[in-house]
Design a protein around this ligand. Structure first.
Ligand code: HAM
Length: 523
């Protein structure tokens, strides 16, 4: 994969001036001597190539629009080449990092049954309550809702038939973990060697209020280890994901760590939390008042200023861990220490999803601030498989926000220049050269990415465009030289020109092994 590079801020404008000036050099005299300097275009000459095919059709004239332009939906965006280059770096680093630790890549569906998400992340979480994109029933508008046919599970661990006929019960996935666990069982990965290490990168959907770095469609890099409860896997996932941020040079990240216990010790802690909050209910916002009785751990998700001082003084879960949970937490901390990873213990960190047990962690970036400061997070979820109707199976994982990390990469590393549109641009000058230019393009494409500029613009305009796209070479063609099967090869970096026969062109632009070059254009 060609990795985009951080390009030095040198301008190649001088190079353009040089080549457009060379339109008067003796070697191109046949066409250039009569070329008006304003356009750089040679006079029209009839060639053998021309006689075999029609001249250019008149330029395309756009019609006047009659309706307002259609824009993207609110909260979603296009990742255009300039930003895509940063995404490519982030995704490349993610894949390398996952491969380095023996994780296998998977692709999962973007639509999932609503039960998977509601029972997975928890029906009382913001993600399930407010942010799910629920799909409309399939069929004609006005059709009565179709019967939902399901076969109940026949034995422990059998997921049943699911509601295959019910598009009304599908959602766009808001996260990957529940799907990963479903896929692990449904695909029989639970039958092979354990644990199973899986990773994926893809789009996720949450109908939250759009803000800077909070999108309704965003990309996550997700890793999961399913099938073993050793705290060493918690530490491995943290080390892997820390290394992902580190290898991209993302700095000023703090690793927040906590343990939220398990089904043995958490109920007792939740009672302590309710005892603390009940007398303070009238100081809470309405959502938190409800949470005190229904799901007290979610009180820590609250961002309302009035609730913050109460949260700061609330009982800490780490003071209520049972023996095994406390021992597992000590082990995670000790392994992180041995790996040289610095972390900050944060007893208020509970993460926004209900499936977590024991270790939870999050990477926060100081520059992001506010509610969007999390670059990624994860934790252990030993109860999730059972909540989804599968045999109890431990797991631990992480998801990183690719949009946010790509933003930080651009912010911290400066401009990431997209890879050149093509390393070589073929620039035919004058009419009737399309066929010859596409043939030259084909010859060069054997060794370098090559694009042909078939437009009727002047050489100067084409050269300017070539410079802006970051091309390494321009191959300039005119009718006379096309007849003789030669071109001018212009080096966009040094500004040098030379005549090259078509047959020698691929060799002339081939990656040179001695220079260790050839990893893409835009150098
Ligand atoms: P999460 O904390 O909900 O965890 O999301 C992980 C990361 O996805 C966040 O830290 C953030 O960087 C990014 N993210 C989430 N929502 C948005 C959004 N609306 N716009 C942009 N970026 C966003 C999970 O999803 C868990 N499944 C992580 C996990 C995996 N736990 C165990 N295994």
């Amino acid at each position: 994969m060609t990795r985009p590079r951080v390009r030095p801020a040198t301008s190649r404008t001088a190079s353009i001036a040089a080549i457009t000036a060379t339109t008067d050099t003796p070697r191109r005299r046949t066409t250039r001597s009569a070329t008006p300097r304003t356009t750089g275009r040679p006079p029209r000459r009839t060639t053998a190539t021309d006689q075999r095919r029609p001249r250019h059709t008149p330029p395309y004239t756009p019609s006047v629009p009659t309706t307002p332009p259609i824009k993207a939906a609110r909260g979603v965006r296009d990742i255009l080449p300039a930003e895509r280059a940063a995404f490519a770096v982030v995704e490349h680093a993610a894949r390398e990092q996952a491969r380095g630790y023996g994780y296998q890549d998977v692709e999962l569906p973007i639509i999932e049954p609503v039960e998977l998400i509601e029972r997975g992340v928890g029906g009382d979480t913001d993600v399930a309550r407010k942010e799910l994109y629920r799909l409309e029933p399939h069929g004609d508008p006005g059709d009565p809702p179709r019967e939902i046919r399901t076969r109940p599970p026949r034995f422990r661990g059998d997921p049943g038939d699911g509601d295959r006929d019910s598009a009304s019960r599908l959602v766009l996935r808001p996260e990957a973990t529940a799907s990963m666990v479903r896929a692990y069982f449904q695909g029989g990965l639970n039958q092979g060697p354990q644990p199973v290490r899986l990773s994926t990168i893809g789009p996720f959907f949450r109908h939250d209020k759009p803000q800077h770095l909070r999108y309704r469609q965003f990309v996550q890099f997700d890793v999961e280890v399913i099938g073993d409860d050793s705290p060493a896997y918690d530490a491995e996932v943290i080390e892997l994901t820390w290394g992902w941020l580190e290898r991209m040079g993302i700095r000023h990240v703090s690793l927040e760590l906590n343990s939220i216990g398990d089904e043995n010790c958490r109920p007792q802690y939740l009672r302590a939390l309710q005892d603390y909050y009940r007398p303070l209910k009238d100081q809470l916002d309405p959502d938190c008042r409800r949470r005190v009785e229904e799901n007290p751990l979610r009180l820590f998700d609250c961002k309302e200023p009035q609730c913050q001082p109460l949260m700061a003084a609330a009982p800490r879960i780490t003071d209520h861990l049972c023996g095994p949970c406390a021992a597992a937490f000590e082990e995670v901390k000790s392994l992180l220490g041995a790996a040289g990873l610095e972390y900050r213990l944060n007893p208020r960190l509970v993460r926004g999803l209900d499936y977590y047990t024991r270790t939870v962690f999050e990477y926060q970036h100081e520059a992001l601030g506010g509610a969007q400061n999390s670059l990624g997070g994860g934790g252990r979820y030993d109860g999730l498989a059972a909540a989804l109707g599968y045999p109890g199976t431990p797991g631990v994982g992480f998801a990183g926000g690719v949009d946010r990390v790509a933003y930080m990469l651009q912010h911290e590393a400066g401009t990431i220049t997209p890879p050149a549109v093509a390393e070589v641009l073929v620039l035919p000058v004058g009419d009737g050269l399309d066929r010859a230019a596409s043939q030259v393009g084909r010859l060069v494409r054997a060794v370098r990415s090559t694009a042909v500029d078939y437009s009727s613009r002047s050489l100067r305009a084409k050269m300017r465009a070539a410079d802006r796209t970051g091309a390494r070479w321009a191959v300039i063609m005119n009718a006379d030289e096309a007849e003789r099967r030669i071109v001018v090869l212009h080096d966009m970096v040094s500004g040098d020109d030379r005549h090259v026969a078509w047959e020698r062109l691929a060799e002339a632009v081939s990656p040179s092994p001695s220079a260790g070059e050839g990893q893409g254009g835009g150098e």
